[in-house]
Design a protein around this ligand. Structure first.
Ligand SMILES: [Zn+2]
Length: 554
């Protein structure tokens, strides 16, 4: 029987292959250096496609050529599968592109001046949001409401640190939120106060919700504009799919994507996650609407164990060097989080949980193991978002439990500038442990966490391959034993990410029958010096067979 089946399959394959020679391509890209991501056919010089599918990848495209076929000479440029970003806050990013940008501010003075300039151009009394400031850029002093009150007038202001784990309100916003001297810290959060006990304006983690909950939701038109701006930005950086961890509570994000899809305005693929505490709602939603389609997928849940290293709220076994009484915090009630993971897994939903500190990572791996023991073996693809600081045993457990480390390499070269003041070298040496995780055979995946880091896979590949910190103080790499090869980094952004979204049969590789998503690069990732990788530009981006980005002045 088995023999017969084999014979049958081979015959079918043969018929399909011979038929495919009669398919005429819409477009053929030739004279390229293609890295396919397909181990059975790793390199090629041409690619043919029809409608949304790739029909051929190889060196002899003649038989796919017809009278109407468009031929595009890529002049020896490198082609890779469309990049997938495993973790974005996409709509917030699109909003931020048009809001005040404090990311590159290097002093309190510049902070105020940049904000002043932005406020000056506004004609109404709207909320001022975003910002993405980094107090580490001017020595670590936290911003205070007094810095900005005199330039922000009647505008309520709530500007977040770039990691999203702290934000600073001005006096107008504090008043609207009812936060004063007497307000107590909510569980999982902190209202930073000065020596006199007055709030300084900075709120950490859960305390931020005291303000976030009073900010009116953005209108549909603002969300739609943010989405289109973000999509354009993604195409310019060679992204053909993002996994979105939400910016506006998940459901508002998902409805924005669904509206765009219904209006034929969703040209980027999106896998949209909603918060884990809404798992029952998602379960009913999936039962009614399925899991989406190739352009827009849902069915994923995002939970949080802890905060971040930058905000000293990541959960560790040992205290921080610069906060000797603190081991960080759990931002979600761990009893509830455990229960949600087990219940949501039982109904087949996909779970991704944020864990940064070593203790947070061990904790979530333990809960994942428990879920598998309770609910039985199945193809569940649990993810840990960030997986930033790991114990030795955690490194092997990812592979053993088939849990996906969902990491963001640019954070490594950013945190590497200052992480040594928080953590001792024993903990640092298992920080962003790319190589160690790959060596165990874990399905390592990469992304940006935009807007925490730029929405730019090339910058991510540069970071993973060189581990050169942004201050250029580690030319041979920060903890260089964790550097990985260009090819491995490419896999993390393509093949492995497709797997992490249950779409490995359609995305992540250039192969006949796969969806036609790919990118043309200005230089060959394999032949430039590693430190030059960050200068490589995206020349074209193709999604679903459609050229969605073509760089001007090539
Ligand atoms: Zn995030």
């Amino acid at each position: 029987m088995e023999k017969f089946l084999n014979f049958f399959c081979y015959s079918l394959l043969f018929v399909l292959l011979s038929c495919s020679h009669h398919i005429t391509a819409d477009r053929i890209y030739f004279n390229a250096k293609i890295w396919t991501g397909d181990s059975s056919n790793p390199a090629a010089t041409s690619l043919a496609m029809k409608d949304s599918l790739i029909i051929y990848v190889g060196d002899d495209y003649e038989s796919y050529k017809g009278a109407a076929t468009q031929l595009i000479d890529l002049q020896g440029k490198m082609v890779v599968p469309g990049f997938i970003d495993n973790h974005t806050h996409f709509l917030g990013g699109g909003y931020q592109l048009a809001s005040v940008n404090l990311r590159s501010v290097k002093s309190p003075k510049e902070f105020v001046a940049t904000l002043h300039q932005y406020v000056f151009a506004l004609t109404d009394n709207r909320w001022i949001l975003g910002g993405d400031w980094d107090h580490e850029a001017w020595g670590g002093e936290l911003p205070r409401k007094e810095w900005v009150d005199s330039v922000t007038g009647n505008h309520p202001v709530f500007l977040n640190r770039y990691d999203g784990h702290m934000a600073m309100a001005n006096s107008v916003a504090l008043k609207l939120a009812g936060i004063n001297k007497n307000t107590m810290n909510p569980p999982g959060g902190e209202i930073v106060k000065d020596v006199a006990g007055n709030p300084t304006g900075v709120l950490r983690d859960e305390a931020m919700n005291l303000v976030y909950k009073i900010i009116p939701d953005p209108s549909s038109s603002v969300l739609d504009e943010s989405l289109q701006r973000a999509i354009q930005h993604a195409f310019e950086h060679g992204l053909t799919q993002v996994h979105d961890m939400s910016s506006y509570g998940g459901w508002l994000d998902l409805s924005t994507y669904r509206r765009a899809y219904a209006n034929h305005r969703l040209d980027l693929r999106i896998y949209s996650f909603v918060p884990i505490y809404t798992w029952k709602k998602l379960d009913s939603f999936v039962k009614k609407n399925g899991w989406g389609n190739d352009m827009l997928r849902w069915g994923g849940l995002k939970g949080f164990v802890d905060g971040s290293l930058g905000s000293t709220t990541a959960w560790f076994y040992q205290p921080y060097l610069d906060a000797p009484h603190s081991t960080g915090l759990q931002v979600t009630d761990t009893n509830l989080l455990r229960q949600w993971v087990i219940e949501a897994d039982a109904v087949g939903l996909h779970i991704a949980t944020h864990a940064i500190g070593d203790r947070a990572n061990d904790w979530i791996l333990g809960v994942y193991e428990e879920a598998e023991n309770k609910n039985g073996k199945k193809d569940r693809r649990f993810r840990v978002e960030h997986a930033q600081h790991l114990t030795e045993s955690a490194i092997t457990r990812f592979r053993a439990l088939q849990v996906i480390p969902s990491m963001q390499p640019y954070h490594a070269i950013d945190d590497g500038k200052w992480a040594a003041k928080r953590l001792d070298s024993d903990r640092l040496k298992r920080t962003y442990a790319f190589k160690s995780l790959l060596t165990t055979g874990a399905n390592l995946t990469f992304g940006s966490d935009w807007t925490v880091a730029p929405l730019d896979p090339i910058a991510g590949i540069y970071a993973a391959v060189t581990r050169r910190t942004l201050d250029d103080k580690n030319p041979d790499g920060w903890y260089p034993q964790e550097k990985i090869s260009v090819e491995d980094a490419l896999k993390c952004y393509t093949v492995n990410n497709a797997y992490a979204g249950f779409q490995e049969n359609k995305l992540g590789k250039l192969k006949a029958g796969m969806l036609s998503d790919f990118v043309v690069l200005s230089d060959n990732l394999f032949s430039v010096a590693p430190e030059k990788i960050r200068d490589i530009k995206v020349l074209r981006t193709v999604v679903n067979g459609k050229e969605v980005y073509l760089k001007k002045d090539q």
